[in-house]
Each structure stands twice: as C-alpha cells, then as structure tokens.
Design a protein around this ligand. Structure first.
Ligand code: MN
Length: 271
C-alpha cells in the first residue's frame, strides 16, 4: 500500500528554513526535529481536517479528542491537528509526526498531549491507517463496569469480536489518566491487541480503521452502539447481540457501504 520511500521534501506546515528543534511539547528525548515523509495533497489534509469537524458534529468529540491518519507515502509518519478543539480544525492546522510523536520539519506549534495513542498504534499495527480518540459519553460506562460492550446492530459489527478495556492504573498506578508518553501508549496498544476499538477506564475510547472514513465511521457507531446497549439493558433480559461470525459478515459490507456515511458527513462540514 505504501511505497516505503522516504522523501525529503518540505514539511506540511508552512514554516520555512531548516528544522531547528523539536516541538516544545515533545517528550521523545529531544534532538533535531525529524524530516518530513514528503508533501501531502491538500485534498488529503482537507479530508483529515473535515474528519475532526465531522466527529464534533456527530457528538463524538467536544472540546477534546482527536483524529489522525498515517502519512500516505511514509508509513512511519502520521498526520494530526495541532492542539485545537476539533470543530475548529482546518487543513492549515495539520501537523506531521514521526512514530515517537515528535513533530516533523521544525513545526513548533503545540501538539495534543495524547498523541502517543496514535504513534504507538501506527508503530504496532500495520493494518491501521487512521485513529480516533474521544471521550464520547455513552461509551464511558462500559469502561467502568464489568458488563462488556457488544455489537447491538449491523453498523457496529466491528465490535462483535470483542471490546477490550485498558486500565491505565494496572501498570502505572494513580495517574492523570492521560496517555501522555510512549510507555503508556505501548500499554494501551497491548490492550487493543488485534481489535479495532479499545475502551479506556474512566477516560474514553479509541477507534481505528484501515482508512480515514472507516475510523470515523467506527468512532461514530461505537458511540451510537453504546446508547443502544444502555437502552436494551433497561429491559433486564438477555441481549441477542451480533455473534462474532455475524460481525465479520456485516463488517465486510460496512467497509464499502460506509462510504455513503462519509460522503454525507463530509458535505455537512464543508467550509
Ligand atoms: Mn483523552
């Protein structure tokens, strides 16, 4: 899918000159800012920025949360907004990172503290090309209780193989709950394992996919699925959720039909 060739073109951002230093927020140990993986089409940056606004419009993110995508030409680079409320993101806000989550090309604008969620997932999972982190409210209870989240309907088929919960306290004790360094990102990825979604105890969740539209689709329907499971649980009886086999079959359809949702949502956030 990727050529694997590392380009040495200019950074995505419009800062001229040679890279002086890492972003002030960089926690990867200092040193020179890594080189860019190469220029990215403006349309790609606009789609990524639109994904932020879509997730805000759909109630998945509010003032917090972020979406990223792997660099189209450099698998060891990824793209994500600078630290900014998702509804405000435009293409000019996109930064490029290496997998240690240092900004490329000398971009010194402040970045999201939890960018390590994204960097460590891209490092560990070659099949994942887009990641959404949110605190979408209906999902939070399933990170607190023993009842697992299950796939309530076909749009949420990607949940049918199981939804793990990452408890940051298991390895790190009492923390600020944030995945603010690589070590915590690695622990999160261990909990994610081979699944598309992981819940984060008393914090939020992460949804991922093989491309940007599918990650957005999964983030939206993880939140919708949580609402439906709360409603179904109110009746008190057993819940006839999708089986893992049904999940595989339905997800294959969603990966194509989901484009319709992207086309709709993309238009609603047109600038
Ligand atoms: Mn968070």
């Amino acid at each position: 899918m990727f050529g694997g060739t590392m380009h040495t073109g200019p950074c995505l951002c419009h800062f001229a000159g040679t890279a002086p230093a890492c972003s002030p927020a960089d926690q990867s140990g200092g040193g020179p800012s890594p080189a860019s993986g190469g220029p990215v089409d403006r349309a790609v940056l606009e789609d990524l920025a639109a994904a932020s606004r879509i997730l805000a419009a759909q109630g998945v993110v509010d003032a917090f949360g972020h979406v990223s995508m792997r660099h189209p030409d450099a698998p060891d680079r990824f793209l994500m907004s600078r630290g900014l409320a998702p509804a405000l993101v435009t293409a000019d806000d996109i930064q490029e990172f290496d997998l240690n989550c240092a900004t490329c090309g000398g971009d010194q604008r402040p970045s999201f503290l939890e960018r390590f969620i994204h960097g460590e997932i891209y490092r560990a999972r070659a099949d994942i090309h887009s990641v959404v982190h949110s605190h979408s409210p209906s999902v939070i209870p399933f990170g607190l209780v023993e009842t697992p989240m299950r796939a309530m309907f076909h749009n949420a088929a990607f949940l049918a193989t199981g939804v793990p919960v990452f408890d940051i306290a298991e390895k790190f004790g009492a923390t600020d709950m944030l995945v603010g360094n690589s070590e915590k990102g690695v622990a999160l990825v261990k909990a994610l394992a081979d699944k598309p979604v992981v819940l984060m105890r008393a914090h939020g969740s992460v949804a991922s996919g093989p491309d940007l539209p599918s990650a957005v689709f999964r983030a939206v329907y993880t939140e919708v699925n949580a609402r439906i499971q709360h409603q179904a649980s109110a009746y008190g009886g057993p819940i006839a959720a999708l089986s893992p086999e049904e999940g595989v079959l339905a997800d294959a359809v969603n990966m194509k039909a989901g484009q319709r949702a992207w086309d709709l949502w993309r238009r609603t956030v047109q600038l």
